[in-house]
Design a protein around this ligand. Structure first.
Ligand code: FAD
Length: 414
């Protein structure tokens, strides 16, 4: 199966990706052909993202034009700007000469057609019909757009290492193999005036005798969900900061199908469908498009409440649930399913969760302490960043380490 992921869209992250793993491919985050889906609206029929977006733009433009033309906003906008705005709204919202958003060949150019333009003696093109505004608002689909698509971290095109996100870890392993002790499960971290002693066991035989390693300093990247359960002698403020960050829960289900029906039947090439069902989303692969034979979808990926439900199921039950929900969007699931797999991050012993959750107040109270050097121990990892749940987040604390050393280290007994 192919793992896929996307990369936080900052120049620093991209240049790092280039350095460690040169084979980079585009990852399509937003695709107008993907769907928005609400179980109790439109008789459960999924709606194309591009159509919903066009309609929202149209109705908002129509209403704003109405207010402008009535003079309702005259106290907030001058005459010249009003004219410019009206002209822009007419084009942006695809409004007719009376500033109305109604089905027309022009709207067809934006939201698509029920009969697409062709050639020869093919039937005439027919524009598709906009979704009535009240139905659109009732469905709440608008929230999917501003929650998932228009946020900075989900730009329409992202990047992924060819072969999956795991290739980044593989690249670091290739470069630093000699420095790594594999399968070493840390059980105790003890610092004193002259250094740090780490106790660890072989994670493949946890009952084997514990080993010890000693160094002058310790950069610890163990997630806080685990570190807080390890015997570690850091200062009281650091202990408090470590305990102040709960971890979110997340799950994914990968589904393999005999053919890429989302491409062949529904013209969906990459992108993500969002739904209010517990699977939360279906993500279509950005690689191997147009290939024949089987293909893999991300058939479920959720956080929080939905995640607790999935986490309590067995792996087989998770796959069955993803299939049962997903076929409401893609009826082809039943006939085309081949195999599946799932991960519930709360149940992974070496992460016990997905990412550290910070609130504004916990950041204010604990973040700086967590990132400071504590005598001879300093923490690194995504939990020491402002971009939780992104790979890039794990590198910033290490890049910032020289700054941590400049600051006065907190003493053991402070
Ligand atoms: C479901 C999910 C989806 C994600 N999607 C994306 C994405 O699309 N794009 C993106 O950029 N990022 C994504 N991320 C985020 C990214 O994977 C993390 O931010 C990143 O892996 C955090 O790096 P880290 O080094 O802080 O922690 P980790 O990668 O969790 O590394 C911690 C390490 O500590 C080890 N460890 C744990 N306990 C012990 C112990 N007792 N002794 C020794 N070692 C121990 C673990 O084995 C692990 O190797 C996703 C994360 C999740 C969970």
């Amino acid at each position: 199966m192919v793992v896929h992921g996307d990369c936080y869209p900052s120049l620093r992250g991209l240049s790092l990706l280039q350095k460690v793993w040169r084979r980079i491919a585009a990852f399509i985050q937003t695709n107008d052909r993907a769907y928005l889906h609400r179980t109790n609206h439109f008789n459960g029929a999924p709606q194309r993202l591009g159509e919903v977006q066009s309609d929202i733009r149209g109705y908002v433009s129509e209403l704003l034009s109405k207010a402008l033309n009535k003079g309702s906003l005259d106290s907030t906008i001058n005459k010249e700007d009003k004219e410019k705005l009206l002209e822009g709204l007419k084009g942006w919202g695809v409004l007719d000469t009376s500033y109305r958003y109604v089905k027309s060949h022009e709207t067809g150019k934006h939201r698509g057609y029920s009969v697409y333009p062709g050639g020869g003696l093919m039937p005439d093109a027919k524009p598709s019909t906009p979704i009535p505004m009240d139905k659109l608002l009732d469905s709440g689909m608008w929230s999917d757009i501003y929650t998932n698509y228009t946020v900075h971290v989900h730009q329409p095109t992202m990047f992924q290492p060819v072969g999956g996100m795991g290739k980044i870890g593989d690249a670091f392993t290739r470069e630093c193999r000699e420095m790594i002790t594999f399968n070493a499960k840390v059980t105790k971290i003890n610092q004193d005036e002259t250094g740090v002693t780490i106790d660890y066991v072989d994670s493949n035989s946890p009952d084997s005798e514990a080993k010890t390693v000693r160094a002058d300093w310790c950069i610890c990247t163990i997630p806080l969900s685990i570190l807080t359960q390890i015997d570690i002698n850091v200062s009281a403020p650091m202990k408090q900061a470590m305990a102040a960050v709960p971890y979110d829960s997340s799950y994914k289900v990968g589904l393999e199908f005999k053919r890429r029906f989302w491409e062949e039947d529904e013209w969906i090439y990459g992108g993500i469908t969002y739904t209010d069902m517990p699977i939360s989303q279906i993500s279509y692969p950005s690689q191997d498009m147009f290939s024949s034979g089987s293909g893999v979808l991300l058939g479920a990926y959720g956080f929080g409440e939905a995640s607790y439900k999935f986490n309590s199921l067995t792996p087989k039950e998770r796959i069955n649930a993803a299939l049962a929900y997903g076929k409401q969007i893609h009826p082809q699931y039943t006939k085309e399913f081949r195999s599946g797999t799932s991960v519930a991050w709360h149940r992974i012993p070496w992460s016990l969760g997905c990412y550290g959750i910070w609130s504004e107040s916990s950041r204010e109270q604990y973040y700086e302490t967590l990132c400071e050097i504590d005598h001879r121990i300093v923490l690194a990892g995504e939990h020491c960043s402002h971009i939780p749940a992104w790979q890039e987040a794990r590198y910033y604390p290490v890049w910032m380490l020289p700054n941590a050393y400049i600051k006065r280290p907190r003493n053991l007994d402070s």
